[in-house]
Design a protein around this ligand. Structure first.
Ligand SMILES: [Zn+2]
Length: 119
């Protein structure tokens, strides 16, 4: 995510400025702009499982167009608003999608879409 504030990692001492890419997790609180450091502190990066290359993104979009769950537009709009706030919210997002009859994979793809929209 892009940082809304400048900050400093309490573990490795690395610093970042507003607008720079960094990793943030609310609970437990972990933040660093170095991925390795973030992960070594227990931070989870959910994007990882959906890949960072264009092929994966492309196929995810195709799959999303097939999803036809009730209230999905509403969920997606809500999620778009909060997607850039906390990566940890994915747990709640996933639960909501599954409550509406979606699968875990669909939840992941929608989350990725919501995150992309906020960038
Ligand atoms: Zn660090």
């Amino acid at each position: 995510m892009e940082s809304k504030y400048s900050g400093k990692c309490k573990v490795c001492g690395s610093t970042w400025n507003v607008g720079e890419q960094m990793f943030y997790q609310k609970d437990p609180k972990v933040m660093c702009n170095k991925r390795d450091c973030f992960e070594s502190q227990g931070g989870k990066i959910y994007e990882k499982s959906f890949g960072g290359n264009s092929f994966v993104k492309k196929s995810s979009r195709l799959e999303i167009s097939k999803i036809n769950l009730p209230n999905m537009d509403k969920i997606q709009t809500n999620m778009t608003k909060i997607a850039d706030e906390e990566t940890i919210q994915f747990f709640f997002f996933k639960k909501r999608v599954m409550d509406h009859g979606g699968s875990e994979i669909e939840a992941g793809m929608l989350w990725k879409t919501a995150c992309d929209r906020t960038r």
